[in-house]
Design a protein. Sequence first.
Length: 353
Amino acid sequence: MSRVVVVGAGIAGLAAAWDLVRAGADVTLLESERRPGGVIVTERRDGFIVEGGPDGFLAAEPELPALAGELGIGDRVVGQRARGSSLWTGTALEVLEEGRAAALLGIEARGADLAAGFRSFAGGMAEPVAALAERLVNNLRFTQGVTGIAPARAGWRVALTGGSSHEADGVVLALPAHGAGRLLEAVGVSGARALGEVVYAPSVTVSLAYRAEQTGRPLEGTGFVTGPDAQATVRACTYASSKFLGRAPDGHVLLRAFLAPADGDPAMLAHAELAPILGLRGAPLWSRAFHWTRGLPRYPAHHAAHVAAVRERLTRLAPLAIAGAGYDGAGVSACVRSGREAARLVASRLGVP
Ligand SMILES: Cc1cc2nc3c(=O)[nH]c(=O)nc-3n(C[C@H](O)[C@H](O)[C@H](O)COP(=O)(O)OP(=O)(O)OC[C@H]3O[C@@H](n4cnc5c(N)ncnc54)[C@H](O)[C@@H]3O)c2cc1C
């Protein structure tokens, strides 16, 4: 039985491991943290569903529904409830044409795909993560940070913090690009170091809970983005409880603000900026901030050609593939696709069906 080590249990690594297990490989999935999902985090609090990272995926993309179907949670996929968003100009909220807000936030997708809106899971984006982790319970190892890879007789030796190691016939690196770049550089893959040029922008998301009567105006659409003239720390605000069903208990509202890095308490900053825009009265019932020191990746010039060249060099080594947000698209769907493609590559080189 071919042994494959998958490094990183974000959605890309989980998807890769799932396919490799189903193909009949002996899979070990190594994750440095104590939980799976990477930047996908869903928390529950007082009947609210709070997203720390992604809150959905493009409805036009088939990867998540397909994966959910395989995991038996296809009926948990939910569509966007409210539609439309606005631009906060600094003085007024102006309605934007469908898909425009996502484009302003730098979400790269075809206009028609953006216009089709988003989907999510009834219990939040961690649902497919939990379903995958459950299926992979015998393969997943937490608090196992990988510090290096080296050629070994059969394939690879994967070194871990603490000094232990795993032997594997094939490896999938489903890490942020800078992490994978470092590991590949150490085994002499030329050009690998430059994968670190994929910059993961820092951001903060703050969820704020209110009673419905605290909002001074109806929340129309899914939220708003702030224009450059508004000079706001809040770059965008999602009306989470309007966008998807079940995000807040009856009579309550859940907002999620995206902040540019700034000094001060992000929840207080977000509330202070949102209060005059939405006519919020009184303090939030509670707030929850997630700090992403490395959030969404931005690709440098010639990124696709560079990644293709690195992948080409990998074909000369024992089976090894790279996957994740750092290469072929940052959206959750693209990460699933890239994890599955990495699994397919490694499996085919190992002769696993
Ligand atoms: C705030 C935010 C909002 C977003 N919103 C959306 C959205 O609405 N829709 C959408 O489609 N996408 C969204 N995205 C993007 C999308 O969520 C991510 O790009 C995607 O989830 C990344 O998955 P990944 O598996 O490639 O990487 P990650 O989630 O980063 O997973 C990598 C894993 O590798 C582990 N790891 C790192 N180093 C090591 C090591 N040395 N050894 C072992 N393990 C290691 C990490 O702990 C982590 O678990 C958002 C991202 C952020 C940050």
